[in-house]
Design a protein around this ligand. Structure first.
Ligand SMILES: C[S@@+](CC[C@H](N)C(=O)[O-])C[C@H]1O[C@@H](n2cnc3c(N)ncnc32)[C@H](O)[C@@H]1O
Length: 244
């Protein structure tokens, strides 16, 4: 692993094609929801990546900034920019600061799981709260841990199996962690990538928000704000800063 973490040049180059969640309808729904939550204030994306969401959002919001660990991912974002360069700090979203205040800080695409300890996830909430003005919101989109799908005693769950890509998650429920294992096939060769994650339940995120001084506001199962139910596979949760 290099200084860009698990998102070095090779992953960054193909991210928008292979990992991007680039369905235009999904991006439109995401941007519409974020725009409404932000109102007229400034917006900060934690782990902004290649700008999959931040770039289209910046066409609608007063000011959008980003924090990102990987220079290679930001280099991809820069290639897509058409207007003034976005203010992006290279650094860790648990501690890096940008000038605010912001009316919305958001962290999408399951990226809270990239923080592999409970302490780091708590610090992420604290850092989000530090960036918010009074009434500002922190939004997290992540999946509900899919443990109901794994038979008792098993640890592995396949999530991709096609010509180019085989993917298997390996869960360690004693440590609330999993490793996502990818094999990418191309040009007669293959590349193997294993990335560690910490899965986290909605209730634990609510507690982290409380520790950071944020109040629960919404939980939806998708960007159209469908209700969150026992069948929801992921959630979009919003907490609000109600005191300074
Ligand atoms: C799944 S991608 C999501 C990128 C973008 N938010 C999107 O929705 O497409 C995860 C991103 O999180 C970044 N990342 C992981 N850990 C981070 C950390 N501690 N601080 C800042 N960025 C981090 C990675 O470099 C990568 O760009």
């Amino acid at each position: 692993m290099d200084e860009d973490g698990y998102f070095g040049a090779a992953v960054a180059n193909s991210y928008d094609r292979d990992h991007g969640g680039n369905d235009p309808a999904l991006i439109d729904q995401t941007v519409a929801c974020l725009k409404e939550l932000a109102g007229t204030g400034s917006v900060l994306e934690f782990a902004v990546g290649t700008g999959r969401i931040a770039l289209p959002l910046s066409a609608h919001c007063h000011c959008v900034k980003g924090i990102e660990l990987s220079k290679a991912m930001v280099a991809e974002l820069r290639k897509k920019e058409t207007g003034a360069p976005m203010d992006i700090a290279i650094g860790d979203m648990t501690s890096t600061r940008l000038a605010g205040p912001f009316s919305l800080v958001f962290l999408v695409f399951n990226t809270i799981d990239n923080l592999v300890t409970q302490e780091a996830q708590i610090e992420c909430f604290r850092n989000a709260a530090r960036h918010l003005g009074l009434g500002g919101r922190f939004l997290v989109e992540t999946r509900v841990p899919p443990l109901q799908r794994i038979p008792f005693g098993e640890t592995k769950m396949a999530f991709a199996c096609c010509d180019r890509h085989i993917g298997v998650d390996d869960y360690d429920i004693s440590n609330q962690s999993y490793t996502s294992n990818h094999v990418w096939m191309a040009d007669g060769g293959h590349e193997h990538v294993s990335i560690p994650f910490r899965y986290v339940w909605p209730s634990e995120l609510d507690l982290m928000a409380k520790l950071a001084g944020l109040e629960f506001e919404h939980r939806w199962s998708d960007w159209n704000r469908a209700p969150f139910t026992h069948l929801s596979e992921s959630h979009i949760s919003v907490w609000k800063k109600t005191t300074c």
